[in-house]
Design a protein around this ligand. Structure first.
Ligand code: TXA
Ligand code: MG
Length: 315
């Protein structure tokens, strides 16, 4: 049976069950995570089994504050500390050398670990009450849209975990920006709400964004973020109206039966995965998605839309 709640006594019980190698679904500001004791091979194996996740795809480890980074990392440089100070808690994951306690299952066998301090009161309360760092991938089955609502979490995980912590609808809706520092250069391994411009403003270094395959995060090699419906991207003129299709756009769409109109890329990003989920529940066959401008979160949104389309439909 799965208990769903958000009061402090439920959060404390969820912390206890994490320490006993059980899994807990919890909200962050980006997407819901499927949390597990990052020191335990047994707990990590459960995550890979439930998600059907390839074992070479490493998992982000979450801690409560800057003081807790060394629960996961071996060491941290002054530039890496500056990045954490500028952007944490927040939608940033930084890849650091891993310490010996972190399960090598969590890191997909790598000698590095992605560390993040999420900006959500329930996540922070959970982490503060848990004596171990919490590895958490998004709480979806591998390849499916990440959960950003409690309904999506229940659909994916009810009956599989003892606790789902309810944070309602999440504020950002796309996964964190994954960064790595090498020889005083900053590489963006996965784009997210934190943009290259934000990073430059904070630390005065322009991050490398269009990077070689060897520098990409392992997770970005896998097919991802695909709803059952066919996703087709468009720019400019609207496609022909269809009752079996949905449209996600910034434009007015009077004749469409299923249309979602956004006033900003942030609003589009926040709603994307829950709309994909709704479209699947309604057996929508095609989802037309307008390509946003690449400023701010637009860069990450284009990345997720391109993956959802299976790279097929960009003209
Ligand atoms: O917003 C988020 O990041 C959410 C919430 C729950 O924090 N988590 C999330 O986890 O999106 P997941 O497992 O779906 O994606 C983790 C990404 C993958 O692309 C993975 O390859 C990359 O982070 N990653 C993790 N550890 C890494 C490492 N040591 N080196 C390079 N990439 C790493
Ligand atoms: Mg994921």
């Amino acid at each position: 049976m799965t208990i769903i709640g958000s009061d402090i006594s439920t959060i404390k019980k969820a912390s206890l069950s994490l320490a006993q190698d059980q899994l807990v679904v919890f909200p962050t500001e980006t997407v819901y995570g499927l949390g597990a004791n990052a020191y335990s091979d047994k707990a990590m194996q459960k995550v890979f089994d439930i998600k059907k996740r390839p074992s070479t795809n490493p998992i982000i480890v979450h801690v409560a504050s800057l003081d807790h980074i060394l629960l996961a990392a071996q060491e941290i440089s002054p530039l890496e500390q500056d990045l954490f100070k500028a952007f944490s808690p927040g939608p940033m994951t930084l890849v650091l050398p891993k310490n010996k306690l972190i399960s090598s299952l969590a890191t997909g066998g790598l000698d590095t670990v992605g560390v993040r301090i999420p900006n959500h009161p329930i996540a922070l309360a959970l982490l503060e009450n848990t004596p171990v760092p919490v590895a958490a991938p998004s709480a979806n089955m591998s390849g499916k849209p990440s959960p950003t609502t409690i309904e999506m979490c229940r659909y994916y995980m009810e009956g599989c975990v003892p606790y789902i912590l309810d944070g309602g609808s999440l504020s950002i809706g796309l996964e964190s920006t994954v960064l790595k520092v090498e020889k005083e250069k900053i590489y963006i391994l996965r784009s997210g709400a934190l943009s290259a411009k934000d990073i430059y403003s904070a630390v005065g270094i322009k991050p490398e964004q269009n990077i070689e395959q060897s520098h990409r995060s392992p997770g970005t090699h896998f097919a991802h973020y695909q709803p059952k419906a066919h996703v087709i991207l468009f720019q400019g003129e609207l496609p022909a109206v269809s009752d079996k299709a949905a449209i996600l756009t910034f434009q007015n769409t009077n004749d469409w039966k299923h249309s979602f109109i956004f006033s900003s890329p942030e609003e589009y990003a926040q709603a994307l995965y829950r709309i994909f989920f709704w479209c699947d529940s309604q057996k929508i066959e095609t989802i037309y998605c307008e390509i946003p401008s690449s400023d701010g979160i637009g860069h990450a949104l284009i990345d997720r839309l391109t993956r959802a389309s299976g790279y097929r439909n960009l003209e």
